[in-house]
Design a protein around this ligand. Structure first.
Ligand code: BG6
Length: 484
């Protein structure tokens, strides 16, 4: 279904985010006819280059990031035709005036400003837009992380952008919310009668959320070394996943109803500070292997205390979740590229089978975010046969790709999110108060780490992280699931 006609202005049009994620996502939406022919994509950046040069740069990026079957010459040419390019100096009001001249040729359109630039520029750009009369009712602002590096800076950012744009016009992207499995989590919980009655402390033993990456920090060392895994992944992606597992049913599937519930979860996270932080968290940093450099070499900072891995035990002080730990972990250079949520249920209250040759395993519901997106429910069944009574664990599997043909691919999160901005649907975007609440919970953890002066524990590349993370689980009599 085509969306309304829009003008999309990408600040940072030659940057990595634009070339690797945004333009491929727009191309794909265009290829299926969702973008109306009149819509314009206006890229802005510092580089002085002609429109033809910019189009060639985008064509190159699309060839790299799309599959060959997608980048058909005709579709590609049509998409490139939509692009406009302007070199701008964001510090000069004249740049915003020239942008106004372009946009004012179609004053009635929805205007989307995607700030694919460093957050230090968010305030200046918002005010620049306002100064040129470009922040009216039809304007929407899209922001990407890092949204601050602690609570104070996030609150300042919210306030600065909030001077120009109303909260209803601000779309803070957390691309995890655009992933199919994550949206499916809402469907699973709230469109089925089966799960909600067992979705609580009576039936659930614990939850594990894993986002493992096999790659290192690569060329992003400069940014990453100031952030670490907790700021880069936990404050946003992992806490958002936790929220969606833990929320109470929203009264309607609508932006503020969902976000109000997420905010309640964030506010009910049991605070971790001081000594408790050291018992409830583990930090790791990858070492060198014969084929890959150590973290400290990769970021060029031999004294770096930044973690490339973090594991946390999180508790939620609420009626539903009291006593159910949520174990979160994420890291780079681990044994596989894999992200999943696993809900581990309690054992049946009475085990009537007596001594069995095989143990009764708990039911586990896993939701795989990537790769092989899908759901799996492990249940105990009787092994067929007339012999003794033996139980074994069988997965009920559902792959989202099932039944699709070979050319089918899982839509990328940005496709969904960009079209939601055009549709004016904020359900999958973070509200300012959510971002701040997440930082409020994270700040004391980072503070305790800094005060302790402890270095992150080293771990070998290609493993599942530091031994201390296994020990943290073992202290609770539990085990991490295999990363695979
Ligand atoms: C980004 C982080 O937000 O998410 C990266 O900054 C990380 O460090 C990436 O690699 C992971 O995203 P995905 O979609 O590949 O799981």
């Amino acid at each position: 279904i085509p969306v309304e006609v829009f003008d999309l202005v990408i600040f940072g049009g030659t940057g990595d985010l634009a070339l690797r994620k945004l333009l491929p996502a727009l191309f794909r939406r265009d290829a299926v006819g969702q973008i109306p022919p009149q819509a314009r994509i206006i890229a802005l950046a510092l580089d002085h280059q002609t429109l033809e040069e910019y189009r060639a740069q985008v064509a190159d990026a699309l060839q790299t990031h799309l599959r060959a079957v997608e980048a058909q010459a005709e579709t590609l040419a049509r998409f490139l035709e939509r692009l406009e390019y302007h070199a701008v100096d964001l510090m000069s009001p004249a740049s915003f005036q020239s942008l106004a001249t372009i946009l004012d040729t179609c004053p009635e359109r929805i205007r989307i400003y995607y700030l694919a630039v460093a957050p230090a520029l968010f305030s200046a750009i918002s005010h620049g837009l306002a100064g040129a009369g470009l922040a009216g009712n039809n304007a929407r602002l899209v922001l990407e992380k890092p949204l601050g590096h602690d609570h104070a800076s996030a609150a300042l950012l919210n306030a600065q952008v909030g001077e120009v744009f109303d909260e209803h016009a601000i779309y803070r992207i957390d691309h995890y919310l655009g992933k199919e499995t994550v949206q499916n989590l809402m469907a699973l919980r709230f469109a089925n009668a089966l799960f909600e009655p067992v979705w609580n402390a009576q039936c659930i033993d614990h939850v594990q959320i894993t986002a493992a990456e096999s790659l290192g920090v690569g060329s992003r060392g400069g940014y990453y070394d100031t952030a670490g895994a907790i700021r880069d992944m936990v404050q946003n992606h992992l806490l958002q996943l936790l929220c969606l597992i833990a929320i109470e049913p929203p009264y309607r599937f609508e932006a503020d109803a969902v976000r109000d519930e997420k905010l309640k979860v964030l506010r009910s996270l049991r605070p971790l500070s001081g000594r408790k932080v050291l018992d409830h968290t583990v930090r790791g940093q990858y070492l060198a292997s014969s084929s890959s450099p150590a973290y400290i070499q990769e970021v060029g900072n031999p004294a770096s205390m930044t973690e490339s891995y973090v594991a946390l035990k999180v508790e939620i002080d609420s009626w539903r979740w009291s006593g159910v730990p949520f174990y979160l972990r994420t890291g780079k250079r681990l044994k596989a590229q894999s992200a999943e949520i696993a809900v581990v249920f309690k054992q049946p209250s009475h085990l009537m089978f007596g001594d069995l040759p095989t143990p009764i395993l708990p039911n586990v519901l896993t939701m795989r975010l990537q790769p092989d997106e899908g759901l799996r429910l492990h249940i105990m069944t009787k092994e067929p046969g007339p012999g003794g009574f033996r139980l074994h664990d069988i997965p009920l599997d559902m792959a989202f790709a099932e039944g699709q043909n070979e050319d089918w691919r899982m839509p990328d999160a940005y496709e969904r999110l960009l079209m939601d901005v055009v549709r004016g649907n904020q359900t999958l975007f973070m509200r300012g108060d959510e971002v701040e609440a997440a930082w409020q919970w994270i700040d004391p953890i980072i503070e305790a780490w800094q005060l302790s002066g402890r270095k992150p524990d080293g771990y070998d590349p290609g493993t599942s992280g530091p031994i201390s993370a296994i020990e943290m689980m073992a202290r609770d009599g539990r085990r991490w699931r295999e990363i695979e």
